[in-house]
Design a protein around this ligand. Structure first.
Ligand code: DGJ
Length: 725
């Protein structure tokens, strides 16, 4: 059965997912307007619908709920797009022309997007609008998923006219809501403090989150949600908007004079324009829209399921991820072959599965000021070479992984000496490469030849040794946006062309090396976005490895992204970023709540610590299927109080892993009960650590007493298994 109904008489499209309805129609003025978006309604009565029944002249554009509004004909709110025509004006007017409905979901060529494996999983509606004078065609794409409360949207511009048209703004989506009685949720932060959960009440005017750094950024994630005023983890309505893009973006909610909210999300127009010559087209990145009437937790689980199974790709999509050790915080740039082998040897003994050699292995890279672009091993540090090192680590029963930063070039590099033009730059201007830019420049991936060069360099490295894993880093924002190869009128295309170039390189490399596990990273979490996850199924969550800081970072990240995508490592104490000292158990519990690994010198651990690490690794291997593929329920937010709690539950609710973290001890606490979530009320569960059985009902409604801790930063993990009746 089609989940898109078309009412021919009224020209209305009703997109129905399991629990949501999205209804749009062609109004008398020829415009495509929004009629309803929210909880699924079987049938709507359109007789009272003003915009449908008024005559064309009487539909005021400034209040109409327009699906893709423009500037210049009467709507004074923010437009979804803007053109510059050859006569220098910026006026356009889109009207409905045609539509088609079909099974499945089209690929967005050159762009990451969620996908279907079978056409029966989704239905797609394409509505074609046109400006009759410019002959500018705009196709709005909507896909509705059968098994998820998800709608995806994208847009394709085609210039069918005779004149050149410059797009000054082109958002991927616009939705006008009936009111603005919502809170807006955003994930904001900084380096080492990524994705804090912030909530604000909508007020008249614009509320914006954006990036103009060339990456989706530490500061703002390409995601916002509108939440009804009563919305919490379990209750209330929530609309999530997740942008599948890794570059400059803008997410905006404008509340107009009549207190109606207009939501849009797309490429940031601040650093963008795009020239469409005759017959040229441009497809915009996708937005994944989730609706839930069951609170934020349900919205997150919808994203998690979809992103796990229909955004991530490749052999690792469905595979348990290896427990790794990374040498960055163990050695930084200062290591020898022997040191590396010793850490890997220890990793093997403790049951770890993968050793990752981080920055510093190539050319003469002893600090962050040289050699990016020269991807040849430094024989002074690694005299036997990469191949032999990787093979000897494999002999220890451990896979070998490698760090690279392919998008970058150091001024002090052979590559720069040969091709000083390869980097992003503007003629006659200084190329910013100071301390804040980590002493490096960005390769101009808007250029085809540079992309080919990057592909060749990295494939050569990957072919040179048995490399099972790649950490793909990107350590600065982009400045001096400009490309030697583009004409003047296309210079403002560079930021988007860079992202397209990056996507092409990642696509080709992941296709060429399908068995390699890729993890993306950008000074920690500056590019934790769905665009990257399409190519690389896990991301280094943050450069802050402190377990207590990580509670917030991972909690915030979980609003959209599943645990399997979040690289989470146990690091040394005192912690290198905040100097905090926490016991190994808490560090382990925080990291085990994600995609688990270590980031310390295993050879420096005491025998007792080694025993504990071995224990943690064994434990994680037993529970990782549930952590990586199960459902995630947030119980207590570290943003509310100095504590945190969450639970992972498997699909049939017969197994669960519960975590509780006590950040700061409180004096004079009599009894602390915490209520579980996500269990089956009718099952009884044995908690292994307590050797006791409780009904699901009791665990969820009465809760369980948390034992008294003796100091700050303590935590616990409980493994639950349903008892056989
Ligand atoms: C930034 C990353 O986030 C770190 O984990 C590490 O790989 C360094 N770069 C290396 O330069």
């Amino acid at each position: 059965m089609m989940s898109i109904e078309f009412n021919k008489d009224k020209k209305i499209f009703h997109l129905k997912a399991k629990g949501l309805s999205y209804v749009i129609g062609v109004f008398q003025n020829g415009k495509l307007g929004n009629i309803y978006f929210g909880k699924r309604i079987k049938e709507l009565n359109y007789d009272m619908e003003e915009s449908l029944n008024l005559s064309a002249e009487n539909i005021p554009l400034d209040v109409m709920k327009n699906e893709y509004p423009e500037y210049g004909t009467g709507d004074f709110r923010k437009p979804a797009y803007q053109v510059e025509t050859e006569n220098g004006t910026a006026i356009s007017n889109l009207e409905y022309v045609s539509h088609k409905i079909y099974k499945g979901k089209p690929e967005l060529k050159g762009l990451p997007a969620v996908y279907v494996e079978e056409d029966s999983e989704a239905d797609t509606l394409e509505v074609v609008l046109e400006d009759p004078i410019l002959k500018l065609k705009v196709s709005l794409l909507y896909t509705v998923f059968r098994d998820h409360n998800v709608i995806t949207r994208s847009v394709r511009f085609i210039n069918n006219g005779e004149q050149n048209i410059k797009l000054l703004k082109a958002m991927s989506m616009n939705i006008d809501f009936d009111n603005a009685d919502y809170d807006m949720l955003q994930l904001s932060g900084a380096w080492c403090r990524e994705r804090s959960v912030l909530k604000r009440s909508l007020v008249q005017g614009s509320q914006v989150v954006e990036s103009s750094r060339g990456v989706s950024s530490h500061q703002q994630n390409p995601f916002i949600a509108l939440m009804s005023k009563n919305c919490d983890e379990e209750n209330g309505e929530v609309y999530g908007f997740s942008f599948v893009y890794s570059g400059n973006f803008l997410a905006e909610v404008e509340v107009d004079q009549h207190f109606k909210a207009r939501v849009s999300i797309g490429i940031n127009p601040f650093t963008f324009s795009w020239l469409l010559e005759k017959n040229e087209s441009l497809t915009l990145p996708e937005v994944v829209i989730v609706y839930s009437e069951k609170g934020l937790g349900d919205m997150s689980r919808t994203y998690h399921r979809l992103y796990r199974k229909r955004l991530c790709r490749g052999v690792y999509r469905d595979k348990e991820r290896p427990v790794l050790v990374n040498n960055w915080e163990a050695t930084y740039f200062d290591f020898t072959e022997e040191k590396i082998k010793n850490i890997a040897q220890e990793a093997g003994k403790l049951g770890l599965e993968l050793f990752v050699l981080d920055d510093g292995w190539f050319k003469k890279r002893n600090a962050d000021n040289s050699s990016l672009g020269d991807w040849i091993e430094d024989k002074r540090k690694l005299p036997s070479g990469l191949n032999s090192l990787a093979k000897s680590i494999n002999k220890m029963g451990v896979y070998f992984g490698l760090w690279v930063e392919p998008e970058m070039i150091s001024e002090d590099s052979d590559l720069y000496r040969q091709h000083p033009d390869y980097c992003m730059h503007v003629p006659n201007r200084k190329r910013s490469a100071g301390r804040y830019e980590r002493n490096q420049l960005v390769l101009d991936l808007s250029r085809e030849d540079v992309c080919v060069h990057v592909f060749r360099m990295i494939s050569k490295v990957l072919k040179s040794a048995p490399i099972a894993y790649v950490k793909w880093d990107m350590n600065r924002s982009i400045t001096e946006l400009g490309s030697e190869k583009l004409p003047i009128e296309r210079q403002r295309e560079v930021a988007h062309r860079y992202v397209l170039g990056l996507y092409r390189v990642m696509y080709e490399l992941t296709k060429e090396f399908p068995d390699v596990l890729f993890e993306s990273c950008s000074s920690g979490g500056a590019r934790f976005d769905p665009g990257m996850l399409f190519y690389m199924p896990q991301t280094w969550t943050s450069d802050c490895t402190d377990a207590i800081e990580r509670l917030k970072i991972q909690y915030g990240t979980s609003i959209v992204y599943p645990a399997i995508t979040m690289g989470a490592h146990v690091s040394a104490c005192p912690n290198h970023q905040v100097g905090r000292i926490e016991d190994l158990m808490t560090r382990g519990n925080a990291a085990m709540s994600g995609n688990f690994g270590y980031e310390l010198d295993l050879t420096k651990l005491t025998e007792e610590e080694k025993k504990e690490v071995k224990n943690q690794v064994d434990k994680y291997k037993n529970i990782r299927n549930l952590i990586q593929f199960g459902d995630f329920y947030r119980i207590l937010s570290p943003f509310d109080k100095p504590e945190a709690s969450w639970i992972f539950v498997n699909e049939d609710k017969t197994e669960a892993i519960f975590f509780y973290f006590n950040v700061l001890l409180k004096p004079n606490i009599v009894e602390r009960r915490v209520r579980f979530k996500g269990l089956n009320e009718n099952l009884s569960y044995r908690i292994k650590e307590l050797n006791a059985v409780f009904s699901g009902e009791e665990l969820m409604y009465r809760g369980i007493i948390i034992p008294k801790f003796k100091k700050d930063f303590e935590s616990l993990m409980y493994r639950l298994k349903a008892e056989k009746n």
